[in-house]
Design a protein around this ligand. Structure first.
Ligand SMILES: Cc1cc2nc3c(=O)[nH]c(=O)nc-3n(C[C@H](O)[C@H](O)[C@H](O)COP(=O)(O)OP(=O)(O)OC[C@H]3O[C@@H](n4cnc5c(N)ncnc54)[C@H](O)[C@@H]3O)c2cc1C
Ligand SMILES: Cc1cc2nc3c(=O)[nH]c(=O)nc-3n(C[C@H](O)[C@H](O)[C@H](O)COP(=O)(O)O)c2cc1C
Length: 816
């Protein structure tokens, strides 16, 4: 049978934080370079993609929440849910690449759901789906999946043009050691591209060595020849073994340090030093230069070939300076930031340190409030979260701009981001499409992620700008199959982009190339811990301040939490609520947006509904909101009842004084009053009987240091709002031994029978909140084990039951 090949393919992406978008666009660009006609869209733009006529479809799909599709795929899923025709996609052959994380119970749920639906609608896979895992590194699956995609694609799609120069996805380089040149006493190592279909131009020099000249218009032509002349200056990167004792010393500086230890990197960028020195005159805080990283290159000398090196990321972005004038922000936060709901401003009003100064983590509660006239913008239920627009650290931003050779004046000039190809502004990364009137400083502060886990595309791009051949070789090695271990070790040091540039001082990429490879800076989310019933203009949230040291003793900070900590004055006294009362002009504004919980992880409206709440550490946050809400619900209900009873008593006496025809003075039937009278007003002693049962499982390290909200929780317990509290203390002597619980899941196990009965006999809803990495999986397994034991079903069936309960909103997770 001859298969009619399609003359076109469509690549779709469903992406929350930018990875899937980057990968999909990269596949699309490579497909075009390979001669295929290809178009790329976000899933929610499915109308533009014309799926009813698309014969070859590739989808890259990520997840958010608990196996939910990203926000830019919700419309797509809604559209597909309505389609029932079993032949709707019978013309279509598809391939799906899922980006997930095994820390979450619903691993790669979006990709799996898509595949199921496409199959139901008659679609046929032309290439097996790939399920990448962020827990172990997406590359491990993504790179081979893309490398092998092209062979499969050839079978279903025809090329409509000839391949262009950059058509390879993975390149192999051979490293040849050349014989010593007697005259100059140099030994040359040449890095040579050996991929069969690489079309980068090569030339032969007078020694006969083949050189690769990169012809990408945006890239300076580079000749990749390693020269280790005996007379030359010391090599840039030494062979360092991570076990070497020296390494700890080499890297024992904080990222705030102003001096670069040159034992790893023997060259310092003079431009950086000069600019920093000049800036120090006016800037009190020293501008960081980045921390050079330890790289074990001991095996590199034995390697003759580097394989599976990703292709050079395409040049997409171009910065245009609009004027020589300083950029004056037209909106704050910058208009290029797009959020799922409108951004509003709230003002810092109080901060409370929740932990002992000696505790392992510093936990803060922050209170913000909106002005009376803005009250309507603050509409949430306990269980909902808010996104905070937080900036990258000012010093880090300036340090990076300085390192790129961009001075104080230039970083504040007005710029616009356009596509290198004017006709293709649609190719711009989503987060830069609206960057029309901004500055380089603003872009790096609010637009780009410069601190999260580094990705290979950054290193691959930098390799093109490494003037020093040893650095180039190292960068290519880190991107290659042979350098996988070293890449992982590099990542474990949690480098910022500035740290990478400090490690490779000869790389001086243009700013635009960073725009091509960096992902968008993400808002940080926090769960509301208060109820609007109690505080109608306020939002309270709690978080751990992310500040820690890496295994190399390098200090690291999160983006948002240290910023909030500083904004609120770094309060020091535990349990003391410090009010931040500033005048209207001096108030500290924070930009926020609402992120309603899509799973109905909200306090049940029915006060009588039984609930089990499991939330160790800051995972307790939404449950405080639940309890506050319940207490106020009842309070308001009682006040209303009292008011009605009062009105009713008055009505009755009025009625006695008037006629007795059964209709009162307000025209209501008298029977209504009887009903209200029967409901009556309840005193506080009656309150506990008005609530359903509620059981909180909480966990902390040390009861005396980090039992968050101990007094509040015990207060709810004594007032009957909370019926039961169980606490696991992980660092208590004997925890985890002889049946003594260490974590919340151990506690649930101990109370298995009661938990089971509450879920089964009393139809309790189970809420789990907090850490996705350890706790959520452990809890899922524990609950499955309980169901399996008491229901006499297999573990697999118990897991299915839990999934079903999630659909039915009986088992709800809010994990981060
Ligand atoms: C819906 C939702 C609700 C949330 N609610 C809350 C909440 O109520 N309270 C709360 O505290 N958080 C909550 N979070 C998490 C929160 O959004 C942030 O991720 C968190 O506060 C860290 O932000 P940051 O910018 O300070 O740190 P980031 O810049 O994001 O850095 C955090 C990263 O640093 C690394 N890291 C941190 N500590 C260490 C360490 N010791 N060793 C090595 N690496 C480390 C990890 O890779 C971690 O991912 C929620 C998240 C979501 C998605
Ligand atoms: C808040 C959050 C929730 C997530 N939930 C899941 C999940 O339920 N299942 C899963 O497999 N991966 C989950 N992931 C992992 C993402 O799918 C993965 O990190 C992916 O690479 C993100 O791609 P993106 O940048 O295109 O959004 C989650 C990630 C985050 C940050």
């Amino acid at each position: 049978m001859t298969i009619n090949k399609s003359n076109k393919l469509v690549v779709l992406y469903a992406s929350q934080t930018g990875n899937a978008e980057w990968i999909a666009k990269s596949i699309n660009q490579e497909a075009i370079q390979r001669g295929f006609k290809s178009e790329c869209y976000v899933t929610d733009d499915y109308e533009k993609a014309d799926l009813e006529h698309t014969k070859v479809l590739i989808v890259v799909a990520a997840n958010t929440g608990d196996g939910d599709p990203p926000e830019n795929a919700i419309k797509f899923f809604r559209y597909f849910r309505k389609i029932k025709s079993k032949t709707f996609l019978s013309h279509c052959q598809f391939a799906i690449l899922g980006l997930g994380d095994t820390n979450y119970t619903n691993f790669n749920n979006t990709a799996k759901r898509m595949e199921k639906k496409f199959l139901e609608l008659g679609g046929r896979p032309f290439y097996e789906k790939g399920l990448a895992d962020d827990a172990s590194g997406l590359e491990a699956v993504v790179e081979p999946w893309i490398s092998n995609l092209w062979v499969a694609l050839e079978k279903v799609c025809e090329r409509t043009s000839t391949a262009t120069t950059q058509s390879i996805s993975a390149t192999d380089f051979s490293i040849k050691a050349m014989p010593r040149n007697k005259d100059t006493n140099t030994k040359e190592a040449t890095i040579e591209n050996v991929a069969p279909n690489n079309i980068a131009s090569t030339s032969t020099d007078d020694t006969g060595a083949t050189r690769i000249n990169h012809t990408d218009a945006s890239t300076p032509a580079t000749t990749v020849t390693t020269s280790t002349s005996a007379n030359a200056t010391a090599p840039i990167i030494k062979e360092i073994t991570l076990n070497d004792k020296a390494v700890n010393n080499l890297t024992s500086m904080s990222s705030d340090d102003t001096t670069v230890d040159t034992r790893i990197n023997h060259k310092e960028s003079t431009s950086v030093t000069t600019v920093t020195a000049a800036l120090n005159v006016t800037t009190p805080k020293p501008i960081p230069l980045g921390t050079p990283l330890a790289i074990d290159l001991s095996t590199l000398s034995t390697i003759t070939q580097l394989t599976a090196i990703p292709r050079v990321p395409s040049s997409v972005c171009r910065t245009t300076f609009h004027s020589i004038h300083k950029h004056t922000p037209k909106s704050f936060p910058p208009s290029f930031i797009s959020t799922p709901s409108p951004i509003f401003k709230a003002y810092l009003s109080a901060a409370t340190l929740l932990t002992d100064p000696d505790a392992v983590k510093r936990t803060l509660q922050i209170e913000v409030e909106v002005d009376e006239e803005e009250k309507e913008t603050l509409r949430f239920l306990p269980g909902d979260a808010f996104g905070v627009i937080a900036p990258n650290d000012d010093g880090l931003v300036r340090g990076l701009l300085n390192r790129l050779g961009i001075g104080e004046d230039e970083m504040h000039k007005e710029v616009e981001i356009q596509s290198v190809d004017d006709a293709k502004n649609g190719d711009l990364p989503s987060h830069l499409k609206e960057a029309k009137s901004t500055s380089l400083y603003e872009l790096l502060t609010y637009g780009l992620d410069i601190t999260s886990l580094i990705r290979k595309p950054l290193l691959r791009m930098l390799a093109e700008y490494a003037v020093d051949a040893e650095e180039k070789k190292t960068l290519l090695f880190l991107c290659s199959k042979q350098g996988l271990g070293q890449f992982a070790a590099l990542r474990n040091q949690l480098p910022t982009v500035l740290d990478i540039l400090a490690t490779f001082p000869s790389c001086q990429p243009p700013f635009d190339r960073l725009l091509d490879v960096l992902l968008p800076l993400q808002p940080r989310h926090y769960s509301a811990i208060n109820s609007l019933l109690a505080h109608p203009r306020s939002l309270h949230f709690a978080f751990n301040v992310v500040e820690f040291k890496t295994e190399f003793n390098v200090s690291k900070r999160g983006v948002c939490t240290p910023w909030l900590d500083e904004l609120s004055g770094k309060v020091t006294e535990r349990g003391v609520r410090v009010g931040i009362n500033k005048s209207k002009d001096e108030r500290v504004a924070i930009s926020l947006f609402l992120k309603p919980n899509t799973h109905e992880f909200n306090v049940p409206s029915d006060l009588k509904r039984d609930i089990i709440m499991i939330g160790p550490g800051t995972g307790v946050a939404p449950f405080l909101g639940f309890l506050q809400h319940r207490e106020w619900q009842l309070k308001i209900l009682n006040e209303t009842m009292e008011h009605i009873a009062h009105v009713n008593r008055k009505d009755v006496s009025d009625k006695d004084a008037s006629d007795h025809n059964g209709i009162d003075a307000n025209g209501r039937d008298n029977d209504e009053h009887d009903v209200i009278n029967q409901a009556g007003y309840k005193t506080t002693q009656d309150i506990s009987s008005s609530y359903g049962e509620s059981w909180l499982f909480y966990g902390c390290r040390d009861k005396s240091k980090d039992f968050l909200y101990k007094d509040e929780i015990e207060g709810y317990l004594s007032r009957g709002v909370l019926s039961r509290l169980s606490v696991a203390v992980s660092r208590e002597p004997g925890a985890g031994e002889n049946g003594k619980p260490k974590y919340v899941q151990d506690l649930v196990k101990i109370h298995a029978k009661e938990v089971y009965e509450m879920i089964y006999k009393k139809d309790a809803v189970v809420f789990v909140c907090g850490d996705a990495k350890g706790m959520a999986k452990g809890m899922n397994d524990t609950l499955a084990a309980i169901l399996s034991e008491y229901n006499g079903i297999s573990h697999a069936d118990a897991l299915k039951q839990l999934l079903k309960w999630t659909d039915e909103k009986k088992y709800l997770l809010d994990l981060w």
